[in-house]
Design a protein around this ligand. Structure first.
Ligand code: SF4
Ligand code: SF4
Length: 563
């Protein structure tokens, strides 16, 4: 007898599960049109590899993963691609998203280039993970994390692989029906996943209100001799199906805040994911269909095996719902589901339930429909919180937009289970505030990241300009240094020229002085001769002084008298 543990808080909800389990699971009708969103998983959206007008076959790859954390998308049936465009999808933002739209041809012709694996244990685990990746399998419990990444332990040693069959939200019964009807396939899928992870042991956790599923699993574990698998019943308390809560209940270990189960040697997958892994390995079938519960105000609540991409309204009508009387449709359960703004949105890989007009019974209304009153500090929310948070404080700071303080109170540990909403006597839409605060913080972080990138770019540019300026100065300096010897030569040339000019001037001066030497043989001259000589001397002197010029001298017929 295995010892079980308890998590803090939680609430007991009315189940509303019986209605949808009165008949076995049937395949849903083939829709006329399939709408396949490029993003049905956590991570980067897939990239379309088909074009409008292309004929596609069932199981054919139509969008490839865009990054490591991404998942491919396959055609759920054969037909023609009629559009690749934005289309309504299930998202809290109510925004449309890119989808590949296929008009089905009704022939259901399979893509033939597929390869199953007969002896998976003869292949290395990485080959199995690659096969699971190529099949586009993501976590089918609602999170949609690519399964092959969760099956890659890296340096960790995985002690326990847990299969989550708790399914604790009201109305949802698709996992229970899968376990009842496909227990063997789920066990085989679990064994394949254990091999991919090289995990030591496995536990399947099933709530104690699912007796038939529990018995079916036990029987198949016995039949297959899989003594490393324990099938354990856990108390029916919401949210036991939460990954961290189930791990705590089954092992007594707590996943550290901000950490992963892998950090404590545990990996947890949904039972639907194990079934998809089985189909991918044994039959080479990519993830193109899943079990979906259609419940609430429909004539025939039931579980259907639905092709991914089938419009929600088709399933509601197939189960006897009336499109003219729809007031509220929720994808998922009443506690954590998303209200649908357009019923032509498709079923995706993570859609487990379609809940029609969910105002019945004791199921809480979505937060935004409540009429909130002031907080009376009763503490009910803190008592109910399975994470042991203080929702009233979180609400107070989220309301005041104090996003630092709200993080101090561990906002990001909140799993948005809605227990606090459910017990609040003042009808305060607490989860609404928590989602709002998370979105604002993510937006601020995104903006900060962009600003940091811009600042880094600016600083890099400044540094580059500064470096270029320095390099330019260096280059000029070197150039000047290289030109210096030539400059010296030029200076020397100038000095030589100056010296030559100086020498010429000296020579001219000497000549002038020589010219002024007194002439000899000047005795016994006549008065007239004396006068002519005096006049000639005067003119020479004036010529030397520049008082008269040469032309004046030439015009004057009187020449220097020479004895
Ligand atoms: S929604 Fe968050 S705060 Fe409220 S009970 Fe759940 S985990 Fe706690
Ligand atoms: S349950 Fe509601 S009223 Fe009571 S403390 Fe929490 S937020 Fe306030």
């Amino acid at each position: 007898m295995r010892r079980l543990f308890q998590f803090h808080g939680g609430v007991h909800l009315k189940e509303h599960k019986k209605d949808a389990m009165t008949q076995s699971v049937q395949a849903a009708r083939l829709p006329k049109q399939l709408v396949l969103p490029l993003q049905q998983h956590i991570g980067a959206p897939a990239e379309a590899i088909v074009a409008v007008g292309d004929k596609v076959l069932k199981g054919q790859l139509i969008a490839r993963p865009a990054s490591t954390i991404s998942a491919p998308v396959h055609a759920s049936s054969s037909g023609t691609v009629v559009a690749i465009a934005n289309h309504p999808v299930s998202h809290p933002s109510h925004l449309d998203a890119p989808c590949i739209i296929i008009d089905t041809d009704g022939e259901e012709r399979w893509h033939t280039d597929r390869h199953s694996i007969t002896n998976y244990h003869e292949l290395p685990p990485e080959k199995i993970r690659a096969h699971i990746r190529d099949a586009g399998i993501v976590g089918m419990g609602g999170a949609g994390f690519p399964a092959h990444i969760k099956l890659t332990p890296g340096d960790h040693v995985v002690d326990t692989l847990i299969l989550n069959g708790a399914e604790c939200e009201p109305y949802i019964t698709c996992d229970e029906m899968l376990l009842r009807e496909r227990a063997l396939e789920v066990i085989v899928g679990l064994r394949i996943m254990r091999y991919a992870l090289q995990a030591k042991r496995c536990i399947i956790g099933v709530e104690n209100n699912k007796a038939a599923a529990f018995r079916a699993l036990q029987e198949q574990v016995r039949n297959t001799g899989a003594d490393f698998i324990d099938v354990i019943q856990v108390p029916t308390v919401y949210p036991t199906g939460g990954e961290k809560q189930l791990i705590q209940v089954l092992t007594g270990k707590e996943v550290p805040a901000g950490g992963l189960p892998l950090d404590i040697g545990i990996v947890c997958h949904n039972v639907g994911t194990a079934y998809a892994v089985y189909r991918a390995i044994e039959f080479a079938e990519p993830l193109i269909s899943r079990y979906v519960t259609v419940a609430g105000s429909v004539a025939h609540a039931r579980n259907l095996e639905v092709l991914i991409g089938t419009p929600v309204i088709d399933l509601i009508e197939e189960c006897g719902g009336n499109r003219n009387t729809l007031s509220r449709v929720i994808l998922g359960g009443p506690m954590m589901g998303t209200a649908l703004h357009n019923v032509t949105a498709p079923v995706t890989k993570t859609t487990n339930c379609i809940l029609v007009n969910s105002t019945i019974g004791d199921v809480p209304l979505p937060s935004r429909d409540k009429h909130a009153m002031p907080c009376i500090r009763c503490g009910n929310c803190a008592t109910a919180c399975p994470i042991d948070l203080l929702p009233q404080q979180l609400y107070w700071y989220a309301h005041a937009k104090d996003f630092d303080k709200v993080q101090d109170y561990h906002l990001f540990d909140c799993i948005e289970c809605g227990c606090c909403d459910y017990v609040c006597p003042s009808q305060i839409p607490l989860v609404h505030y928590f989602r709002y605060a998370k979105t604002e913080i993510w937006a601020q972080q995104h903006e900060k990241a962009l600003a940091d990138i811009a600042r880094e770019r600016h600083q890099f540019r400044e540094q580059r300009l500064e470096r270029e300026k320095r390099e330019k100065q260096e280059r000029h300096k070197k150039k000047r240094a290289a030109l210096k010897p030539a400059g010296n030569a030029a200076n020397k040339e100038d000095e030589a020229k100056k010296a030559a000019i100086q020498a010429a001037m000296e020579r001219a001066k000497t000549k002038r002085e020589n010219n002024s030497i007194k002439p000899k043989n000047t005795q016994n001259l006549t008065t007239e001769q004396q006068q002519q000589i005096s006049e000639a001397d005067t003119r020479r002197t004036e010529l030397n002084k520049g008082i008269i010029n040469k032309q004046d001298v030439q015009r004057n017929p009187v020449q220097d008298s020479k004895p």
